[in-house]
Design a protein around this ligand. Structure first.
Ligand code: RB5
Length: 151
């Protein structure tokens, strides 16, 4: 598995926790920035990571900001991305089983490093259940296709 990881300054420290955890798990990743605590704009870091997932260069994405909200909004603008903002392990599991979420977003100002590690662990190992959920996820793709055709 290859994971695209990104954060703005608001998620910089939690991203370091996540990167350390991915190292421990032996999971390959690329850090799409930001690379310092200096203030930056979350769309500038979230978009390249989300697009890399959408292109299939990475299997999953983990994107972090202060709340997880801004990067979630950005990532979900990218066709093919299903980003889930998760601050508990139940949501993390369900976002994989039911929604086939390919991007996880979290907020450094919302949860601590221990819970974030647990969320990442559950989210990475949980498989999509398919079946009736696949029909629903396909309808999400259908919305994207309809909108592309309208352009
Ligand atoms: C940055 O101050 C903050 O707005 C950002 O990290 C994020 O929480 C936006 O949704």
């Amino acid at each position: 598995m290859r994971v695209a990881v990104a954060s703005d300054h608001g998620g910089f420290h939690l991203k370091k926790v996540v990167l350390q955890y991915l190292e421990e798990l032996g999971i390959e990743y690329r850090d799409f920035g930001t690379y310092s605590e200096a203030s930056c704009d979350y769309p500038d870091v979230a978009r390249p990571a989300a697009e890399a997932v959408a292109r299939g260069e990475y299997d999953r994405g983990i994107i972090i900001c202060g709340t997880g909200i801004g990067v979630s909004i950005v990532a979900n603008k990218v066709p093919g991305v299903r980003a889930a903002l998760c601050h508990d392990t139940f949501s993390a599991r369900m976002s994989r089983e039911h929604n086939d979420a390919n991007v996880l977003t979290m907020g450094e100002r919302v949860i601590g490093p221990g819970l974030a590690r647990d969320i990442v662990a559950v989210w990475l190992r949980t498989e999509f259940q398919g079946g009736r959920h696949a029909r629903r996820v396909n309808k999400i793709s259908g919305i994207e296709n309809d909108l592309c055709r309208e352009e």
